[in-house]
Ligand binder design. Structure first.
Ligand code: ADP
Ligand code: MN
Length: 493
């Protein structure tokens, strides 16, 4: 051969190898390892690990990966920021280029549901007028939230809250500043898009409803972990018909919020039919009257979460042992965990108490019921040994999303039912001094119903409710039938 003998290059791998996905992955991994030598340690919650991961939703996977990436990107940014600034007295901030923002920094109403627990929109008496802090800085360096640049950037960042399938481009990465007008127009459009796609995906969502939480909720939970608010979500404590409760380890505190070391996350189920049987609680609750008719079922479920938050806050303020609210996001309520080391405190029905503790628990429960009624202006409405936990030598009240004010059209009936449960439990538990249900009802409500049998008693209760309802009808719903110092309702006309 005039060209000389060709060097027989032995192919190192076959075509099959070249086409192999496995190999492609390995190569990519090698490349990535070279590019990012410092591996950022990422706390893995149950929502991203191995078997648990829901691979049915590409969208969610992509979003999770994106968040993961953002976090690593920020870590890298911080390293570079440090490198550039060194020991210099004047430093350059890369803050605006960061991708992950603390969960709390965004005050967009759509994402954050009444975090400011000082204001309870359902409160019968005057709401407090404490204004929200709308500025940062001091003196002449003051920057209000209306500052054009700050506002513009915020608007851009808020685009992240639009439905994920809504394309917003990469304005977020470009320090783009959107005017309020443009932002609002976009928001409007995003919402109608979301509604449209929701209709399209309705079928699909129904099929995943069986699972503990739907992809959107998982994303919400994952965001909480990713933002550092929660350290890890360790697992599920309880799956009920209307809610799923998870345990989590608390993450980093923010400037205005301390996160408890252990948290309980209550996810109100968005499977709509479960809530139908709860209508009677909310439909007649005058606090919700205006809102109820206008809302779609999804919003109604959020309202349950909201109600639980406000009721817990009232109880906390009265010093009743109960979970402390950490944050509310849509239908997800994060609160302090009652228990220790991932083990929830036992329900009163599951714990064996000494007769001494049983008596103590009884008096404490009586006290709490009175406080709840008089100081919080609430009736638990699902009080029983199932919703009382024994922890730290005392009883803790939980599960108050259905709690109502005593003047609710069925408020006194609910109270009577609570009293029946409590009286029966402690009488069966051997507490000799436990009041019977009627005595307990009078002791809690301050009313003096004298009927000596259950049927008559119940009738009198219903008569009182009717009288009060007429009173409310005649005087308009704004009329407060309570004096602000927590006296029992005025039923006399
Ligand atoms: P539901 O009964 O409506 O499903 P609950 O609020 O009663 O919802 O929560 C269900 C269960 O989850 C409770 O019985 C309790 O065991 C557990 N749980 C709820 N909140 C907490 C909390 N803050 N700390 C510890 N355990 C909790
Ligand atoms: Mn419960």
């Amino acid at each position: 051969c005039p060209w000389g003998a060709p060097n027989t290059t032995s192919m190192s791998c076959s075509l099959a190898d070249v086409m192999s996905e496995q190999l492609a992955k390995e190569l990519q991994l090698e490349e990535e390892n070279a590019a990012f030598p410092e591996v950022v340690a990422v706390a893995e919650g149950p929502f991203i690990t191995g078997e648990n991961i829901d691979t049915s939703s590409d969208l969610m996977l992509a979003q999770m990966l994106q968040m993961e990436f953002d976090r690593e990107y920020d870590a890298q940014l911080r390293r570079e920021e440090k490198k550039i600034n060194g020991d210099s007295k004047v430093s350059i901030s890369f803050e605006n280029y960061r991708k992950v923002h603390p969960y709390d920094s965004d005050s967009s109403e759509d994402e954050v549901d009444w975090q400011d627990t000082r204001h309870d929109p359902y409160r019968a008496d005057k709401p407090t007028t404490t204004p929200r802090r709308g500025f940062i800085g001091k003196g002449k360096d003051i920057t209000t939230k209306h500052d054009e640049v700050v506002c513009g950037r915020k608007n851009t960042a808020r685009m992240e809250n639009f439905a994920p399938e809504f394309q917003v481009g990469d304005g977020i990465g470009m320090d783009l500043k959107l005017s309020n007008q443009v932002f609002n127009a976009l928001k409007q459009h995003a919402y109608s898009e979301e509604r449209r796609s929701a209709r399209l995906h309705e079928k699909k969502e129904h099929s995943t409803a069986e699972k503990a939480v739907d992809p959107k909720t998982r994303l919400l939970l994952y965001k909480m972990v990713n933002s550092g608010m929660l350290e890890t979500i360790t697992g599920c404590i309880s799956t009920g018909k209307e809610s799923v409760v998870f345990h989590a380890y608390g993450g980093n505190a923010t400037e205005d919020k301390v996160i408890p070391p252990e948290c309980a996350i209550k996810v109100f189920k968005t499977t709509l039919n479960e809530f139908k049987n709860r209508d009677k609680y909310i439909k007649d609750d005058y606090r919700f009257k205006d809102r109820f008719s206008k809302l779609n079922p999804r919003k109604i479920i959020r309202m349950w979460a909201e109600k639980e938050m406000h009721n817990l806050t009232r109880m906390q303020n009265a010093g009743i042992p109960c979970p402390q609210v950490v944050i509310l996001k849509k239908h997800v309520l994060v609160m302090s965990f009652i228990g220790k080391d991932q083990i929830p405190a036992p329900k009163l029905k599951d714990v064996t108490l000494s007769s001494e503790d049983m008596t103590k628990a009884y008096y404490q429960t009586l006290n709490m019921m009175q406080q709840l009624y008089k100081e919080c202006n609430l009736v638990h409405a699902d009080l029983s040994e199932y919703n009382m936990l024994w922890h730290d030598g005392k009883v803790w009240l939980i599960d108050v999303s259905q709690s109502v004010e005593p003047t609710h059209p069925h408020g006194l009936e609910f109270l009577f039912r609570d009293c029946r449960n409590v009286a029966q439990f402690f009488q069966k538990g051997g507490v000799a001094e436990a009041l019977n249900e009627r005595e307990l009802f009078n002791a809690v409500s301050g009313l003096n119903i004298t009927a000596d049998n259950e049927v008559d008693f119940q009738e009198e209760i219903e008569a009182l409710e009717k009288m009060n309802e007429d009173h409310v009808q005649n005087h308009g719903k704004k009329l407060s039938t309570f004096s602000s110092d927590g006296d029992p309702p005025i039923y006399d006309e």
